[in-house]
Design a protein around this ligand. Structure first.
Ligand SMILES: Nc1ncnc2c1ncn2[C@@H]1O[C@H](COP(=O)(O)OP(=O)(O)OP(=O)(O)O)[C@@H](O)[C@H]1O
Ligand SMILES: [Mg+2]
Length: 498
């Protein structure tokens, strides 16, 4: 092995009760490179990284860290070898300050007391080196997700990590925060730190990664230099075929009704929303654009009865209704597919079949929905269509890959009788091939005469899928555009309050 190698993986295999999820993968991470790991949902990316971080034990194979070979690692051993994985669910203690979190378990002491000043000073130095402006005395619960992530990275630096593993780090971040994160990663790279970077957003990979390794169905496919490859080639390697045209063709206006108003909200106001009014037509896909924090999710939650409104009215098919709880919303035919699947979408500990057999929704709706055979068949169809990858429907949802968990959430709602469906960031964490399936699906709903509210931070989705686009800024509606008039620039201007 050459000197330049940070990490070598040799024939690494993982199986769960006999099913192989990673099959004799070999690859190499060089010193000071940002190495992308890409592949469809369930390809084995997270599993591979967890083995490198010592959190999952390989079934077979070797991990070589700077020349030392291991057949199994523990999280402690991996850490000692300078490997740190930054998890989505952060390991920070929310009631403690930033600097206290950096020193948990390794507090610096002066006599019998902890040396607060010294720890604060060291913390400030680390963040200065990272180029991050943060108040180290703030509590974790008061800082944004983006900063939590940076605190995790700072912690790794303090522990002198040589290899950082970032699993979909940008998923919850705003554009500005992503820029900040990338600047930080650039600085770490200059210091010779290696990084493994997992993301479904290929643009990001072209922006910051030096090399790319592609996995497909647990198999190693290729490692390439970022320079010299293209998005199309990567997609082909990931899914094993060309992806025909990303967005489905628009339906002709004649094919969908578009005249009947199914939902009307007037003057919705609460702590986050200011006088939000709009109408949703039958068979319409209504896009809501805006920056993170603009009030899109809050609008969805208010309509779904998950948040209370202090003022405003909701009309469904012309009738004024009170929606005081999700239960009432579902009874009125409104479904919300939330962005935060971990907390609201599925019951992770339950099996896939329990989740999708509408148990959750039935509980919500007080057994309003009958779980008959027809619905079950419909559900199986959705699972098939969304191409959910699982070994068995009896598997707990938490043992599915991230993207497949998201698909379970979708499948669950799709089987309901709701005819107004609100999708909040439906493709977050979803691979390119499956995204296309979800787009096709939205068009199918439309064709069936259902109405969709689509909240998305991906501009191309908003522009290519919506019939009409509403733009929000600081809790208010700042614009409405027909799909023919909408451009990225116009939407962005309105989204930043211009
Ligand atoms: N504890 C477990 N028990 C059984 N199967 C598991 C377990 N953990 C992971 N798997 C399976 O291993 C496969 C690979 O999952 P992994 O999470 O590594 O995929 P991924 O590439 O990270 O996908 P995504 O992009 O969706 O996050 C999946 O089919 C998953 O269901
Ligand atoms: Mg994953």
């Amino acid at each position: 092995m050459d000197k330049e190698s940070m990490l070598g993986i040799e024939n690494l295999t993982k199986s769960y009760s006999g099913t192989i999820v990673l099959n004799r993968v070999s690859m190499e991470i060089k010193k000071g490179e940002i190495h992308a790991l890409i592949g469809e949902n369930g390809a084995g990316k997270s599993t591979l990284c967890k083995m490198i971080a010592g959190a999952v034990e390989p079934t077979e194979g070797t991990i070589v860290i700077r020349g030392t070979a291991y057949n199994r690692l523990t999280p402690k051993k991996a850490k000692e070898e300078g490997v740190t994985m930054v998890y989505q669910e952060f390991n920070l203690i929310s009631e403690m300050t930033v600097y206290e979190n950096l020193f948990v378990g390794k507090e610096i002491r002066k006599g019998i007391f902890t040396d607060k000043n010294k720890m604060m000073e060291m913390s400030r130095n680390i963040f200065r080196e990272m180029g991050v402006d943060i108040d180290c005395t703030e509590k974790i619960k008061d800082i944004s997700v983006a900063y939590c992530q940076l605190v995790e990275i700072a912690k790794a630096l303090l522990e002198d990590s040589r290899l950082l593993i970032l699993d979909e780090p940008t998923a919850p971040l705003t554009t500005k925060e992503i820029e900040l994160l990338f600047r930080v990663l650039g600085k770490l790279k200059d210091r010779g730190i290696s990084m493994i970077y997992i993301s479904h957003r290929l643009e990001e990979i072209f922006q910051i990664c030096d090399r790319i390794t592609v996995l497909r169905d647990g198999n190693y496919i290729a490692s390439l230099d970022t320079k010299g490859t293209t998005k199309e080639e990567l997609i082909r390697l990931m899914i094993g075929r060309e992806l025909s045209q990303e967005f489905p063709k628009r339906l002709l206006e004649a094919e969908c009704d578009g005249t009947k108003t199914v939902l009307k909200v007037e003057g919705l106001t609460n702590g986050k929303l200011k006088n939000v009014s709009f109408e949703l037509k039958q068979g319409e896909i209504l896009g809501i654009a805006g920056l993170v924090g603009a009030g899109r999710t809050e609008t969805a939650r208010a309509i779904f009865g998950a948040d209370t409104i202090t003022e405003g009215e909701i009309y469904i098919k012309g009738k004024k209704v009170k929606v005081k709880s999700p239960l009432q919303a579902i009874r009125h035919g409104i479904g919300l597919i939330p962005e935060d699947r971990k907390r609201q979408g599925v019951m992770l500990w339950q099996s896939v079949s329990d989740n999708i057999s509408l148990v959750v929704i039935q509980e919500l709706a007080g057994r309003l929905l009958v779980n008959n055979k027809k619905e079950k068949a419909l559900l199986d169809k959705e699972i098939n269509m969304l191409n959910i990858k699982l070994q068995s429907v009896k598997q707990p949802v938490e043992s599915l890959s991230g993207g497949n968990q998201q698909k379970v959430v979708l499948a669950k709602w799709l089987a309901t009788k709701c005819d107004i469906l609100i999708f909040d960031e439906p493709t977050r964490g979803i691979d390119v091939g499956a995204k296309k399936e979800i787009y096709d699906f939205l068009f199918r709903l439309k064709k069936e005469g259902k109405s969709v509210i689509l909240i998305s931070s991906e501009m191309s989705e908003i522009l290519n899928l919506s019939d009409r686009i509403l733009v929000m800024y600081e809790g208010r509606m700042t614009g409405e555009l027909g799909y023919k008039d909408a451009t990225q620039e116009l939407v962005l201007r309105k989204a930043s309050g211009m």
